[in-house]
Design a protein around this ligand. Structure first.
Ligand SMILES: Nc1ncnc2c1ncn2[C@@H]1O[C@H](COP(=O)(O)OP(=O)(O)O)[C@@H](O)[C@H]1O
Ligand SMILES: [Mg+2]
Length: 372
């Protein structure tokens, strides 16, 4: 079976790594920029953007197509008749989960707890939202933002004016209170073609400058909150008709869960499932979209910590530091074949162990050695 992946980032790389063990072959539709997955995939089509011709040709050349990211226009997919039997998750799921405003509206309709929010598409709506919420507020691009790009913290009218000045004519933002977040978690749900769902153990994530930096499991939340998080996650996976992995990010504020956003694909919070769980998120994504039986999501270790290798102020020689980083006992390295850019996700390290603090410290040490 030839599985196509739209997008060539590290999620595609790790999906291909998992799929190779299942005997699958892969084709990639990747942008003409330096990306991860083309370095390990012999069949790559390079395009300037994901336009109709590019997508239609690619879909017809594959048995089945899935995604590395959700930055594909669902309207284009819907115009390609073959999408219905070949593209998973579906264009409809993509439409719901690729736009933060549509996500919030859907979750609000089904009374899933979310932060109070305003959808803002012009200056007057922005003024109204800001006056209702009061500074500080957070404004987020409804579409196209990721890894904190598209998240704006506004402290004053000057910040509002400069953001509005920098946005294109037809923008869409969600605007909300700057929340006092106690902790952030993510729940990954694997959902199969026959609509069965299983959740992974709840992962705690730590963001620095709005970008995920660390993930760990177990989350440390109470059993009640974890159970509630899983209940919301499965309900959402059914609502959006997820296929393969759906990631649901949540905040804990005042001891209560608020759903932040969804991603219809493998997710940074799930990288540790490669070492920590019976079946990795990448393998289960493939099993789900292809229609193979889902694998157990059981946690096999007492604790696992993942730390991202984020490009720092100075370029680092990751290859030259490989041996030193592997000196750290139990460090599992995953490098993404990407060139250095400040803040860019260049790889990650996972360590599993008994003691949460010691395990996390080892993962951090391996990453700091890599970047030193
Ligand atoms: N309302 C908020 N208040 C405080 N922090 C926020 C708020 N919304 C987002 N953040 C922070 O920014 C991060 C990224 O925001 P998110 O909406 O998940 O966008 P992205 O698509 O970039 O992941 C969150 O994980 C959280 O740390
Ligand atoms: Mg997020």
């Amino acid at each position: 079976m030839r599985v196509g992946i739209i997008g060539g980032g590290q999620l595609a790389q790790m999906t291909i790594q998992a799929g190779a063990s299942l005997g699958l072959s892969f084709s990639l539709l990747a942008l003409e920029s330096d990306e991860s997955a083309p370095t390990i995939c012999p069949d790559v089509t390079r395009v300037k953007d994901f336009n109709y011709e590019a997508l239609a040709g690619f879909i017809s050349s594959c048995d089945l197509v899935t995604f590395d990211h959700e930055l594909v226009d669902p309207a284009i997919l819907e115009n390609i008749p073959e999408n219905v039997e070949k593209v998973f998750p579906s264009a409809g799921t993509l439409r719901l989960s690729a736009n933060k405003a549509r996500q919030r509206d859907l979750l609000a309709t089904f009374e899933i707890p979310i932060p109070d929010y305003f959808i803002v598409t012009n200056g007057a709506e922005m003024a109204r939202a800001v006056s209702k919420i009061g500074f500080p507020v957070v404004a987020k691009a409804a579409h196209g933002g990721y890894d904190g790009r598209g998240v704006f913290y506004l402290e004053s009218e000057d910040d509002v004016a400069s953001l509005l000045g920098a946005l294109p004519q037809d923008f869409e933002l969600i605007v909300e209170e700057r929340l006092a977040i106690e902790s952030e978690i993510a729940v990954l749900v694997a959902r199969g073609r026959s609509e069965e769902s299983i959740a992974y153990p709840v992962v705690r994530t730590v963001q620095v400058d709005s970008i995920c930096n660390e993930a760990m499991v177990p989350s440390g939340l109470t059993a009640e909150l974890e159970q509630e998080a899983v209940r919301f996650a499965i309900e959402i996976a059914n609502l959006v008709d997820a296929m393969g992995i759906l990631a649901i990010e949540m905040f804990v504020v005042d001891g209560k869960l608020l759903v932040n956003e969804l991603a219809p694909r493998p997710h940074n919070s799930g990288h540790l499932t490669i070492e920590a769980c019976s079946t990795s998120q990448f393998e289960n994504h493939l099993r789900g979209v292809i229609g193979l039986p889902l694998g157990s999501t059981e946690l096999l270790v007492p604790f696992a910590a993942m730390v991202n290798v984020l490009g720092g102020d100075e370029p680092a020689d990751l290859e030259g530091r490989l041996a030193a980083a592997l000196e750290v006992q139990g460090a599992h390295l995953h490098l993404y074949h990407k060139s250095y850019r400040k803040g860019r996700k260049l790889g990650h390290v996972t360590v599993v162990g008994e003691d949460p603090n010691e395990t996390l410290q080892r993962a951090r040490r391996s990453v700091s050695v890599l970047l030193s």
